[in-house]
Design a protein around this ligand. Structure first.
Ligand SMILES: Cc1cc2nc3c(=O)[nH]c(=O)nc-3n(C[C@H](O)[C@H](O)[C@H](O)COP(=O)(O)OP(=O)(O)OC[C@H]3O[C@@H](n4cnc5c(N)ncnc54)[C@H](O)[C@@H]3O)c2cc1C
Length: 317
């Protein structure tokens, strides 16, 4: 029996958050006394440290251009058989989630997604948010195989110990199976203003309309080096461009301050704000999950609180 960690891929390199996956796998490995294997889904991509890591490593003989989820499922399934993997871990990102559920069907395995914690007691319990983060679901892993997707930002990254001349096993793919029919299309996320801003104001659905975003730009003016961003719903509605979306399918921020305005705090949004040093939430619902991850919280209607706050600052400046 063993554990298989499937590296995530972002911008033609191994996603650094793969180290968070390894940290999650280590928790299970220590409890069950199992070896961990690493699988890298493509050849010729960046991320050298992973290839020389202490983990026994497999690389799929595919280029990014030849990506096809069906091919990955078939051949990862072969590796699972070979190493008798009982726990298979992937990162909860659009790339990995393109094939992980299908892998669980192929292996007749339970698939538990968006895991934020792993509790080891008598059993392994994985914890995930549900109902927009208002409820924590505790799932006991008492059957295997188990396929687990780990929410980025949930585990302290594991520091890889490198091994010189690590032997890597290549998973051969027959030429006739390689396809060029699927493509990765990256959304325009090149907006650097969020990377550089010290204070980010986040707009949630409670802002109500595109016009009302101007209130948040007014709030942003109070802080030097600030920017306005939003939740996915706000971008889906077209109130802000997708380059301003924060979260698991948007940007991850690491600003000094993040002010979440009328944002509920879904796990997908929270995954993108964990790098912010101080999180402040303004929400009229005192039970909104965003308060669970905030350092400071204001229970108020944003349309009442923000204008008063701006006036207060301007009068006292
Ligand atoms: C695969 C997948 C990927 C996703 N990726 C992302 C992602 O990257 N980023 C992301 O953000 N979401 C993502 N989502 C969507 C996510 O699940 C939530 O739906 C979304 O984050 C909710 O956005 P919200 O908080 O703005 O809206 P809501 O959840 O509707 O919350 C609105 C909040 O505003 C408060 N409110 C309303 N009016 C006021 C007011 N006047 N004053 C104060 N508070 C008020 C309410 O109390 C509520 O808490 C993803 C979902 C899926 C399934």
């Amino acid at each position: 029996m063993s554990i298989l960690v499937i590296a995530d891929v972002k911008n033609r390199t191994v996603n650094p958050a793969t180290c968070e996956l390894i940290a999650a796998a280590k928790k299970i490995a220590e409890f069950k006394n199992l070896p961990i294997y690493l699988l890298i889904p493509f050849k010729n991509i960046g991320g050298d440290s992973y290839r020389s890591s202490e983990l026994e490593t497999y690389i799929v003989d595919l280029t990014v251009e030849q990506y096809n989820p069906c091919i990955l499922v078939t051949h990862i399934s072969g590796v699972i058989n070979e190493i008798q993997a009982t726990y298979i871990l992937g990162l909860h990102t659009p790339f990995t989630m393109d094939y992980l559920p299908s892998l669980s069907v192929t292996k007749n395995a339970q698939c538990i997604t968006q895991i934020q914690y792993i509790d080891i007691d008598e059993y392994i319990t994985v914890i995930r948010g549900s109902h927009a983060g208002k409820i924590d679901q505790h799932c006991i892993l008492n059957t295997t195989p188990a396929i687990l997707s780990i929410l980025p930002g949930s585990f302290e990254p594991y520091t890889i110990n490198n091994v010189k001349n690590r032997e890597i096993k290549t998973i051969p793919i027959p030429e006739e199976e390689k396809s060029v029919n699927c493509r990765f299309i990256t959304k325009d996320m090149q907006d650097t203003s969020l990377d550089e801003a010290e204070v980010i104001i986040g707009a949630g659905k409670g802002i109500g309309s595109k016009e009302n975003i101007s209130l948040l730009y007014e709030l942003a003016k109070v802080f030097p080096h600030s920017a306005v961003a939003g939740s996915r719903i706000v971008c889906d509605y077209g109130w802000l461009p997708y380059s301003k979306q924060i979260g698991i399918t948007g940007k991850s921020i690491s600003s000094k301050v993040y002010i979440a305005c009328a944002i509920s705090g879904s796990s997908q949004h929270v995954a993108g704000i964990k790098g912010a040093k101080t999180i402040i939430a303004i929400n009229k619902d005192p039970y909104a999950p965003i308060f669970n991850v905030s350092h400071y919280g204001v229970v108020a209607d944003i349309f009442e609180f923000i204008p008063q706050f701006i006036n207060f600052v301007n009068e006292n400046d």
